[in-house]
Design a protein around this ligand. Structure first.
Ligand SMILES: [Zn+2]
Length: 849
């Protein structure tokens, strides 16, 4: 049987019962036996036996089969894939094939091998690539022409390229130099995928970027483009691409997921291949991933496949819930997936979550971090321009928000405090470093500090730890001053809430008449490597008439120690005082920080304890009520318990663990009193029989707006005995903001009653609200009758049994005092150290190095 090739008229394959060839030891025996067979049938060959040479041949032992190829070689060139083949099984020729041609034995090439190699490169598909391992040989190439095959003498040129990957086989006409054929033995189908996308937001400006790591698929196997959008595939099937990327998978909630045909060479995806939201989000997510590869290379988020849903059927928002979710355009907003800033921000939440090594995932700082990521990627403090179709953005990080004053309890707004600090840190670093160094530093610090999971108030400390380079924070850190400066501007760190210098002062307690009231204070430079103290003087300013007039005494300043005295006062005086420090540039600092607004107080003379309540075992039978304003949850916000440190409140009681206060914070409560309310806390009636003069002493931590607007009041049997300081100005900002528990001494005029009921009121307007009252250790004392009281000192008091102290300080608040549960900041000499902020002390900032 035979199958002929009609183009050559030769028996391409012939087979039958087999021809016995005799014993065959080796390929030489086989070749000889074959030649004998063909010598008897010269018409089969169509060429001389002499032109056949042994080609690639071999033996398969387990089937006892010889596979033989005899090449047709004429004029020093073999016929390409031609010649004679034979199959010899168990010594019998069972099949042969003849693919020979009539070749001209006198033919010689016109083109040289070197010329051919050059022509192969420049005429071929990889003409701009570097070709290596080039080789050339002459072959007879069968070329189909008018239904028959004609042999053409050609140079077969082989070479390799790396980009694109190629093992090239080219045939150059030996006479004309024409490229007859070229193929790549590496069957890679290769291309480049780009996409047109919104440059940053939906403002009409478009860019083209590579589609990194998208999936390419030929129906059987899939691979991914590289970071440059380049792909190659060992296939001959059609290749398609989609957005199921190696690291980011974008899914279209508003329709079918994008699938597109990929062709050899460069293609640029547009809205005809996928929705713009899909393309944009894919590109933006890879941009922020690049940032993380550089600064957070161990972040697991960037090695798993992040799911991104776009075109969600809702408007004006985006969120992170393990996946990223972006809403379609509508309600005055653009499609959020089409805004780079929103993509970076939502990814930032994922970064915050996966970057945590310790600490907590706090909502406010998470918003801050997310905005920081956006700012680091765009370089713009404005977040998401064209979020609204009108063009407006959603937030601006540069807004100078300060902790805790600007804390509002809304995570995005509160997050700006942190984001603003980091933005300012970036700017601070740029003052002394190159742009690139500053960017690297701020990026690295964000990554390292956020591993600790700080809240906003603790963020400063973690940045310092992140900046440390020698495992010793006591010797500063390389960029400490920049961190102090930047965070201080937002009320964070030692530079916040009072400046880089603090004044520690232990307020004096009740005093003995006519004796100098000795005071001391200590200046603390909280960032000595960043600022120099330049104090020119200090004084104590005091009043004995409720703040109507003030006197002052100079204090000695010795390095950082301040000391002096208030002159002795007469019996029965209530003294208010504050310490003032002056600096070289004319700025002043005070302790307490509010100075005359919330001065320290003490009483002069002996007192007889009548009543004390520390609110530990019970609420003291105090009652509270709403006197005016809408009666909603939290309107009457008096609470007995432990303050939570919110809204300016303390985070602990003065003594024990319980106090009375307005909105102690926690749960749905933010620590602040409500606007437009009047509520009141009243004590149980206190038996004051036999006492004509009374003194109220209690511990106060009060935060209330300028009295022009909001009033904190104390009433005795319904009569007003104290109210907070206020201006007479509609722009008044002299708020009462205690930043420590303060002893408040207040003389209560007698109204002749046998009982005394004390009330603490808060009366608020529609504007700013603050932390309100926090009250602990309420005591009422009797002033000894004239004649029995004394200006002679402690002795008299002891005789009356009212004196249990024994130091120069009065005894009245002492824990030892007649079962009074009150404790006193003044009762121990080595106890509490009051830290009060200095406002704007001339901390002369050293030139940064
Ligand atoms: Zn957010």
């Amino acid at each position: 049987m035979a199958r002929f090739d009609e183009r050559t008229g030769r028996a391409h394959r012939a087979w039958g019962p087999g021809i016995e060839l005799g014993p065959l030891k080796d390929i030489e025996d086989v070749q000889e036996a074959l030649r004998e067979v063909f010598a008897q049938h010269p018409g089969l060959l169509g060429t001389h036996l002499d032109s056949l040479t042994l080609g690639r041949s071999g033996y398969v032992a387990h089937t006892d089969t010889w596979l033989v190829q005899l090449e047709q070689t004429v004029a020093g060139a073999s016929l390409w894939r031609g010649g004679v083949m034979a199959r010899i099984k168990q010594g019998r020729l069972v099949m042969f094939g003849v693919d020979t041609m009539d070749l001209d034995p006198n033919k010689t090439p016109t083109i040289s091998a070197t010329e051919a190699a050059h022509l192969a490169v420049i005429s071929g598909p990889a003409g701009n690539s570097r070709h290596t391992e080039a080789s050339q040989k002459l072959v007879w190439l069968p070329v189909e022409e008018g239904g028959s095959l004609q042999p053409v003498l050609a140079w077969e040129v082989r070479s390799k390229t790396a980009h694109p990957v190629g093992h090239w086989v080219s045939f150059i006409h030996a006479d004309t130099g024409a490229l007859l054929n070229v193929h790549n033995e590496v069957r890679f189908f290769a291309g480049e995928v780009l996409a047109e996308h919104d440059t940053r937001t939906v403002d009409g400006e478009m860019s083209i970027s590579p589609m990194s790591y998208i999936r390419v698929d030929d129906g059987e196997t899939s691979s991914f483009t590289d970071s440059e959008g380049l792909w190659e595939m060992d296939t001959l099937s059609p290749v398609r691409g989609d957005l199921v990327g190696d690291y980011v998978r974008v899914q279209n909630d508003g329709g079918d997921d994008a699938v597109f045909d990929l062709l050899e060479g460069t293609i640029t995806l547009t809205e005809s291949d996928a929705s713009q939201a899909e393309l944009d989000s894919y590109v933006f997510q890879h941009q922020v991933r690049e940032w993380a590869l550089r600064y957070a290379p161990d972040l697991s988020l960037i090695y798993s496949r992040l799911n991104v849903y776009v075109n969600l059927d809702d408007n004006c928002n985006a969120y992170f819930d393990g996946s990223l979710n972006f809403m379609r355009a509508g309600s005055g907003c653009n499609n959020t997936a089409r805004i780079a800033d929103v993509n970076y921000h939502e990814w930032g939440h994922g970064f915050h979550y996966y970057n945590l090594v310790s600490g907590d995932f706090d909502g406010s700082i998470s918003e801050g971090v997310a905005d920081v990521i956006s700012v680091l990627l765009t370089g713009d403090p404005l977040i998401a321009p064209y979020f609204a179709t009108s063009g407006s953005g959603i937030r601006e990080v540069a807004t100078n928000r300060v902790y805790p004053t600007d804390w509002v309890g809304e995570v995005h707004t509160d997050g700006l405090i942190f984001a603003g600090a980091v933005y300012d840190l970036w700017a601070e670093l740029e003052k002394t470093k190159t742009e690139e160094e500053a960017y690297d530093l701020v990026s690295t610090m964000v990554v390292e500090a956020m591993r600790a999971g700080p809240t906003i108030p603790d963020a400063f400390d973690e940045f310092v730890v992140a900046d440390d380079d020698n495992g010793d924070l006591s010797d500063g850190t390389p960029n400490l001053c920049a961190i102090v400066e930047a965070f201080g501007a937002h009320g964070l760190g030692p530079g916040g809430n009072g400046g880089l210098v603090s004044l520690s002062h232990l307020p004096v307690d009740n005093q003995v008449a006519l004796e100098d009231v000795v005071l001391d204070a200590e200046l603390l430079n909280l960032a000595p490597s960043c600022v120099d103290l330049d104090v020119t003087g200090a004084r104590v300013v005091y009043s004995t008439n409720g703040g109507v007039t003030w006197s002052e005494e100079p204090l000695d300043v010795d390095a950082e120690s301040i000391s002096g005295a208030i002159p002795g006062q007469s019996n029965g005086s209530t003294v208010q005082y504050y310490i003032q420090v002056d600096s070289a540039d004319g700025t002043k600092a005070f302790s307490p920080s509010g100075a005359f607004i919330n001065p320290f107080t003490f009483y002069v003379g002996s007192l007889e304890p009548i009543y004390c309540e520390d609110f530990e075992d019970s609420d003291g039978d105090y009652e509270h009520e709403l006197l005016a304003g809408e009666d909603i949850e939290g309107a009457d916000d008096w609470q007995w318990g432990t303050p939570a440190g919110m809204g300016g409140d303390p985070d602990a009681a003065f003594s024990g663990s319980r106090v009375w206060g307005n909105d102690l914070g926690g749960g749905e409560y933010n620590g602040e009193y409500q606007n437009d309310r009047h509520n009141r806390l009243s004590s149980a009636p206190i038996d004051v029989r036999g006492h004509s003069g009374l003194v109220l002493q209690y511990r106060r931590w009060l935060q209330v707006e300028d009295g022009y607007y909001d009033q904190a009041q104390i009433l005795a049997n319904g009569d007003l005995v104290w109210t907070n300081h206020g201006t007479s100005r509609s722009n008044g900002d002299e708020h009462h903001t205690d930043q420590q528990w303060q002893l408040h001494s207040l003389e209560i005029p007698s109204d002749g009653s046998n009982t005394l009921t004390l009330s603490w009121d808060i009366i608020s307007d529609r504007g700013l609200s603050m932390g309100g009252w926090n009250i602990d250790d309420v005591c009422v004392y009797g002033i000894p009758e004239a004649g029995s009281s004394t200006e002679e000192g402690p002795g008299t008091g002891e005789e009356k049994g009212a004196y249990t102290g024994g130091t120069q300080l009065g005894p009245y608040g002492s824990k030892d005092g007649q079962g009074c549960g009150c404790s006193s900041g003044g009762s121990g000499s080595g106890g509490l150290l009051w830290l009060t902020g200095l406002i704007g002390l001339a901390a002369v900032r050293r030139q940064e190095r």
